[in-house]
Ligand binder design. Structure first.
Ligand code: HEC
Ligand code: HEC
Ligand code: HEC
Ligand code: HEC
Ligand code: HEC
Length: 153
């Protein structure tokens, strides 16, 4: 009904339409992924209604800013210093909600995700970064929170 009469409402019985790699019949199993890809466990188990209003709706059950935190509790990211986007509950700026071609549901490969907000001009001048060329941010920085200033691990 929904998908026939309303534009933009996907067939609730179809596999998630977001992902061209999803085979008919349901979300792909882990073995269909490239070696480094990742699938969110509630999505893989088709527990769509844990996040969506129902299996027939794309609408989220709750505001985006609290959705992820309803399972991933605050103390997972505890530290004296919390990263800006994490404090805002904006997990999706870095993570996919369903699946990704990269580890940990990241939207881009490793540190490339940092470059979406931090341009070299804002940090390249620091001595620490000059020496290391600041490539692998995660070698030194935590993406979520830290007890050290500047999110240093
Ligand atoms: C962990 C929470 C979570 C689970 C579980 C989940 N989703 Fe989603 N889904 C989201 C979020 C977050 C969005 C993005 C919504 C937005 O941007 O407004 C989304 C978006 C969507 C969309 C809209 C298109 C898109 O990709 O933006 C569809 C369709 C969808 N989900 C289907 C499903 C189906 C089908 C399942 C179960 C197999 C499922 N989702 C399971 C969190 C989830
Ligand atoms: C219904 C509960 C639930 C919700 C809501 C939820 N998650 Fe998860 N998430 C899980 C479970 C369960 C795992 C698997 C934990 C494990 O394997 O230790 C997981 C794992 C993850 C991982 C690690 C994946 C990996 O391969 O390392 C990330 C990243 C993640 N979730 C991000 C999110 C984001 C972003 C949101 C909001 C869009 C979200 N989660 C909402 C239950 C949830
Ligand atoms: C600025 C980007 C960014 C934001 C925002 C972000 N994450 Fe992450 N997250 C990462 C990166 C990068 C990794 C991989 C860490 C690694 O490789 O050591 C990761 C790993 C994870 C993991 C798996 C490994 C672990 O540390 O437990 C979970 C679960 C997770 N994030 C959940 C979340 C949730 C929930 C939110 C929102 C409250 C969030 N993340 C916000 C970048 C981010
Ligand atoms: C969505 C945008 C966004 C993304 C993506 C992002 N950051 Fe940030 N980051 C911020 C904001 C906002 C602040 C807080 C404002 C400030 O201190 O400049 C911040 C602050 C920082 C700081 C400085 C903290 C301090 O106290 O001086 C470091 C270090 C940092 N981020 C590292 C990273 C790393 C590493 C990544 C990739 C894993 C990343 N950021 C991805 C937005 C982002
Ligand atoms: C070799 C370790 C190392 C690497 C790699 C690294 N950083 Fe840093 N970063 C630091 C340290 C240490 C500081 C604290 C300032 C200082 O002591 O120079 C810092 C500070 C920062 C700050 C805060 C600057 C300010 O003035 O408040 C930002 C933003 C930042 N780093 C982003 C990044 C990004 C983005 C990457 C990856 C492209 C990265 N860093 C890679 C060690 C590193």
């Amino acid at each position: 009904m929904l998908s026939v009469f309303f534009d933009g409402v996907p067939d609730p019985n179809a596999p998630p339409p977001t992902d061209p790699k999803v085979a008919p019949g349901g979300p792909a199993k882990l073995e269909d992924q490239s070696a480094e890809g990742s699938v969110h466990s509630p999505y893989e188990q088709r527990k769509c209604e844990l996040c969506h209003e129902s299996q027939m709706s794309n609408r989220l059950k709750m505001d985006k800013s609290v959705l992820c935190g309803s399972c991933h509790t605050r103390d997972q990211f505890e530290g004296a210093y919390i990263h800006g986007p994490v404090a805002m509950g904006d997990c999706e700026i870095c993570h996919e909600p369903h699946r990704s071609s990269f580890p940990h549901l990241l939207r881009t490969k490793g540190s490339a995700v940092c470059g979406r907000c931090h341009t070299p001009q804002t940090y390249a001048g620091l001595e620490t970064h000059k020496a290391e060329k600041g490539e692998d941010c995660l070698k030194c920085h935590s993406p979520h929170a830290s007890n050290q200033p500047h999110l240093v691990k």
